[in-house]
Design a protein around this ligand. Sequence first.
Ligand SMILES: Cc1cc2nc3c(=O)[nH]c(=O)nc-3n(C[C@H](O)[C@H](O)[C@H](O)COP(=O)(O)OP(=O)(O)OC[C@H]3O[C@@H](n4cnc5c(N)ncnc54)[C@H](O)[C@@H]3O)c2cc1C
Length: 329
Amino acid sequence: MMALTPGAADPEDKKIEIVGAGLAGLVCAIVLAKVNRRVVVRERHEDVGHRFRDDFQRLENWTADGNVPDELAEAGVAADFDHFGVTDGVVFDSRATAHRVHGSQPLFYLLRRGNATGTLDRALLDRARAAGVEVRFNDRVKRTAGNMILAGRPRRADLIAVGYVFDTTMADGAWLAFGAEIASKGYAYLLVHQGRGAVASYMFSGFHDQAEYLAATVSYFKRHAGLKMQKPRGFGGFRECPIAAHGDAGWKPGDGRTRGPRGIDYLVGKLGSNDTDVLGQAYRLSLPMRLLLPFARFHYRNPLQDRSCSHNNCNCVWCQHGAHEVADT
Ligand SMILES: Cc1cc2nc3c(=O)[nH]c(=O)nc-3n(C[C@H](O)[C@H](O)[C@H](O)COP(=O)(O)OP(=O)(O)OC[C@H]3O[C@@H](n4cnc5c(N)ncnc54)[C@H](O)[C@@H]3O)c2cc1C
């Protein structure tokens, strides 16, 4: 994160406006306010976390040299939101063989997204306001002017996620699965924590068949993990997941765009022998992989061109044509 020098509060004409009260915008606002910048965050929706319905998300820890919540605290964002470190889980390879995985420290943290108390979004909003940031809701920015930081939205759909959050009587657990029938070039997961769960399919292609992939994912986890859902509520959205220039971000080990089933099964086998460092290694690319990156980036540079979408009253979770609200879910 960029180091900033604390200074006197800026005059009005030097105020910094941040477009978007998502994670990027709020963290940016907190960091700037802490060094006495006058910051206004402008958010088009009426509250934070509008894209989420109290869903679980995972804060990756396996790629960190230290502990991610400690890193966040160092950046001035104490982890005062609900979060829970997951050290154990089950990963199914593409043949549905189960591999138990254990990390000596949390592999990832489960956290909640949305606008409820305890969610990451609400905690960041409270922290930003406590630091003196003004947050304006229902304020859509149509034109850039002055000192403005754009933290508006993912620009394109590299990956879509569709799933359910639900209540359950299942015991806590974390399951991850690969397989062409449950997630096209991606993966599916099931997470359960204290009577609440989330099941989802993350896919890099085949977006139009999202409903079939989700149905297959639910049926898969019923068979292999004893999934029991009560009061399921659907969620979905898209995210940017670029193949980065240096392979130090965005390149996911479970990314089926760049690894075939054999590569994934190899990784999963390693994980099953508790070699969790293999995940970190997948981010620290070897020289041959670095040399291949330009080819991979060229090949995957245009991940979504869905000519089958009419863009007319469609409900595609990835739709980006901008003519209706679904585009901003
Ligand atoms: C279903 C799903 C599951 C995910 N799971 C995970 C996970 O497990 N782990 C993980 O690390 N990541 C996950 N992600 C990705 C993660 O949610 C995003 O990377 C993150 O929320 C992006 O934050 P952001 O601040 O960049 O963008 P956003 O959260 O999109 O925030 C941008 C904000 O800007 C506002 N805005 C846009 N345009 C304007 C405008 N003109 N004027 C005013 N305001 C504007 C929007 O309303 C929005 O509130 C998931 C994403 C989805 C959709």
